[in-house]
Design a protein around this ligand. Sequence first.
Ligand SMILES: CC(=O)[C@@H](O)[C@H](O)COP(=O)(O)O
Ligand SMILES: NCC(=O)COP(=O)(O)O
Length: 248
Amino acid sequence: MTLLSVNLNAVAQLRNRRDLPWPSVTGIARIVLDAGASGITVHPRPDERHIRRTDVRDLSALLRRDYPHAEFNIEGYPSEDFLQLVEAVNPEQVTLVPDDPSQATSDHGWDFVRDGELLGSVVERLQTATRRVSLFCDPDAGPSGIAAAKATGAQRVELFTGPYGACFDEPARAKEELAKLSDTCVAALAAGLKVNAGHDLTLANLPAFQVAVPGVAEVSIGHGITSDALLMGFAEAVRAYSQALEDV
Ligand SMILES: CC(=O)[C@@H](O)[C@H](O)COP(=O)(O)O
Ligand SMILES: NCC(=O)COP(=O)(O)O
């Protein structure tokens, strides 16, 4: 079964609109884990526009104390600051992403051949018996990219599903994107790597992805699930507020 790790970046971004502690990132993490998700993902960015360093520490404390079986996955570019945060918090998984600090969101995977030396040294530093490293991977990395990813020593790759999500409503293009993801997934599994996936996965595009790309260990989903949580929960919230007004 593919595990679900819920990304809380969007929740933190909503919280950061005001100098208020809600929606609470740890509070939503509790709801997510109580509802059956297997883990929490965050991607703290250097400008702290959504997840703050304090959120990373608070989430880690919550998981350790109340959800010892949940997995904490921290994503980011391996700057010295990021590496020190990971070492301090010691999550179960670190996903290295080749993001420039000015990027709006993640939009590509690593060039494993060009960046192999950097990645190898980071993997050596971060990967332990209890902490695995996963590398963000373009859908068309293919067997040669996967061989270079494997050579870094990382235990997993995370397939970048953004291009698939972006063209899901154009069946011919979506089929092409799924074929690339499938080829890369097959190559990774054959090389002995486990495979994660994420970016722009939604309730609508997930089933076709699962059929076309079997064997994925974990998906991390944030934007889509947060949007659906609003859609599924807004009517209930309005009823509660209306009731509060009627009660006076
Ligand atoms: C690594 C990745 O796939 C991204 O989805 C990322 O975690 C999302 O980051 P933002 O929430 O900052 O767009
Ligand atoms: N690694 C992908 C992730 O954590 C969430 O991406 P998205 O669902 O917010 O696009």
